[in-house]
Design a protein around this ligand. Structure first.
Ligand SMILES: Cc1ncc(COP(=O)(O)O)c(C=O)c1O
Length: 466
């Protein structure tokens, strides 16, 4: 049916309609209304996606780190269709539906420790935003109205609502927007590659932990409500903190009664070989885990947070003090989204995809690290099925240069021509393919990336720019 409708569309007309009427995220305003060079994708299957020019490419970033089970899954499409016909909507403000209840039960089962209650939202930004609003609610109900500051990290990304944008520390997202920074405090990114020269990794870890503790002292523990962190900083460039970082930060949070929010919008639902990465990969049981993306493999929007009994118990039941948690959305626990998520979980389980990721990820990591031998590559890092290659033209520079970024865009363009999407984030080429990827497909992906980097090296040498 979709294919029939789609086949009647005229590509040139659609591109024209987009240029005239569509505003996209990350829109370069000088180019609004012109061809911004965005491909128009028309169909997809498995790990592959096809554009309007008839090219079929490996989707290296897996959409935006979300297409876990791959494109074109019949069971998920069937579940969406069946639920849309059975009950397409109910108001979550005064009723519940079966898929939301069952999905909450499943997520509570997957989540570590006593994280047993789930609040559903419409995506990752609304998940983190709701978790942060919960921190405010919680401390107000507890009679601690000053305990509101959120400590987060430079280079973290948590979304595009007013509050989550304020907590996102990526410099490129900030100019020309007003940010609600009153209660937001940034500490350093745990960027091992860019750590101060001459500092060992162990000393860097001590530095990061001390910086966190000193910040609490400076703000006053009575004024700090939460620490918000991705287990690995995804959009910030696959920054994996030194081993033990999260554990030590969590211990400090516990000492000062500060809530630890683990933003698993990227790492949740299999990316690192587990339903959630917080405990199994990073050795912590946080107070709140936020999720989105992989929960439906990107088929329909859904997000949410799962929260511990211990925290919830302090402001509910006999401790509620007459409060109402009035935060929510028309589409909280949307039945069609929740049905899609349940089908997605079924597909992951039936195909043993978590075990598959644990089995294949070491191969992926080993293969992508072979690119480190190329002169243009400054660093290769990753874990599970997520990794990035950082292009560095000037090893003496402490930060990525504009030329590094230009070079990565070239690598991206060559990859596209060769049949692979790598989403360049600044000077980094990021890969987080669908979890169903095979060894042969990994080989193909890395071979295209290698060729593209080599080609770029040759070009910039020929241009005498390097
Ligand atoms: C860690 C993290 N949190 C939150 C978000 C925001 O999610 P969404 O774009 O679904 O609103 C993202 C998006 O990439 C993310 O990477």
């Amino acid at each position: 049916m979709y294919a029939e409708i789609g086949s009647q569309w005229n590509v040139a007309e659609l591109e024209d309609a987009a240029h005239r009427h569509l505003i996209s995220p990350a829109e370069e305003m000088a180019k609004l209304g012109t061809s911004g060079g965005r491909p128009l994708f028309t169909s997809a299957d498995g790990i592959y996606i096809s554009d309007s020019q008839g090219r079929t490419l490996i989707d290296g970033p897996g959409g935006m780190w979300c297409t876990q089970v791959g494109y074109n899954s019949q069971p998920i499409a069937d579940a969406i269709s069946a639920q849309a016909l059975r009950l397409c909507y109910n108001s979550p403000w005064y009723s519940i539906n079966g898929p939301a209840a069952e999905l909450a039960r499943r997520i509570a089962e997957f989540a570590p420790g006593d994280l047993n209650h789930v609040f559903f939202t419409t995506g990752g930004s609304s998940a983190v935003d709701s978790a942060l609003r919960f921190v405010q609610f919680y401390n107000n109900v507890l009679g601690r109205p000053t305990k509101k500051a959120i400590i987060c990290r430079i280079d973290g990304y948590h979304g595009s609502t007013h509050l989550t944008a304020a907590c996102s520390g990526r410099a490129g997202n900030r100019p020309n927007f007003d940010l609600a920074l009153d209660n937001v405090s940034f500490i350093s990114a745990p960027n091992v590659f860019r750590r101060p020269r001459g500092m060992s990794e162990a000393d860097f870890l001590d530095f990061l932990v001390a910086e966190f503790e000193n910040r609490i002292t400076a703000l006053g523990a009575d004024n700090v409500g939460a620490f918000l962190a991705e287990p690995l900083l995804a959009s910030g460039g696959i920054l994996i903190p030194p081993k033990g970082y999260h554990r030590r930060i969590l211990d400090i949070c516990r000492k000062h009664d500060i809530l630890y929010i683990s933003d698993e919008v990227v790492t949740g639902f299999g990316r690192c070989g587990h339903w959630f990465a917080s405990e199994e990969v990073f050795d912590i049981v946080p107070d709140i885990i936020t999720f989105a993306k992989g929960v439906t493999s990107g088929y329909v929007p859904l997000g949410g947070f799962v929260i511990s009994e211990a925290v919830l118990g302090r402001v509910s039941g006999e401790n509620a003090r007459g409060s109402f948690y009035t935060n929510g959305y028309t589409y909280s626990g949307h039945p069609v989204s929740c049905a899609a998520a349940l089908a997605n979980i079924d597909v992951i389980e039936k195909n043993d995809l978590l075990a598959h990721v644990r089995e294949i990820a070491p191969y992926f990591q080993e293969q992508i690290r072979t690119l480190g031998e190329l002169p243009l590559v400054g660093d290769v890092r990753g874990t599970g099925l997520v990794a990035c290659v950082e292009c560095v033209t000037d090893p003496t520079s402490e930060a990525a240069t504009d030329f590094d970024k230009e070079v990565s865009l070239r690598v991206d363009r060559h990859c596209y021509e060769g049949g692979l999407i790598v989403r360049p984030i600044g000077n980094m080429c990021v890969l987080s393919p669908a979890l169903i990827i095979t060894r042969e497909q990994i080989d193909r992906m890395i071979a295209i990336l290698r060729d593209s980097i080599v080609r770029t090296q040759e070009e910039i040498r020929a241009e005498n720019r390097w």
